[in-house]
Design a protein around this ligand. Structure first.
Ligand SMILES: [Zn+2]
Length: 137
């Protein structure tokens, strides 16, 4: 783990649960116990019924790429050393979406609908980020 110079996620009381899960290699999301709405990124209230009855669940970390970009140059200065890199929106099987990087993959081979699975990358002692790689098996 070399010194991490990119922006770090904002840790709040709520997002801490998610990032603590990542440290344990668990991808957590919320589901409303009243209306079954799947909620991500972590919220205090259900985005469907505005109820408070949200429970944490663990995703299997599998999904498909909804859409993606590959940045070859002109990245923000903090990310320039990573070029080329891919940023994607992933639709998880449990019904939520998240933005992350596609890793362990030839960037030319990334396609929409490609099955992917989560991998966890510790970037600081406090923060581990979820990334996605092509699904295996
Ligand atoms: Zn609800």
């Amino acid at each position: 783990m070399s010194e991490y110079k990119k922006p770090l996620p904002l840790i709040t009381e709520l997002s801490k649960v998610f990032y603590d899960g990542c440290k344990e290699e668990k991808l957590l999301y919320q589901q409303c116990k009243d209306c079954d709405e799947v909620v991500f990124f972590p919220k205090q209230l259900c985005s469907n019924c505005m109820g408070h009855n949200l429970e944490w669940k663990e995703s299997k970390g599998k999904g498909k790429i909804h859409t993606f970009t590959v940045t070859y140059d002109s990245a923000p200065p903090e990310f320039a050393a990573d070029c080329p890199y891919s940023l994607a929106i992933i639709n998880l099987d449990e019904g939520f979406s998240m933005m992350s990087n596609i890793v362990e993959c030839d960037l030319e081979k990334i396609t929409c609908d490609m099955p992917v699975e989560v991998v966890f990358e510790p970037i600081t002692p406090e923060i581990t980020l979820p990334r996605f790689r092509p699904a295996r098996g």
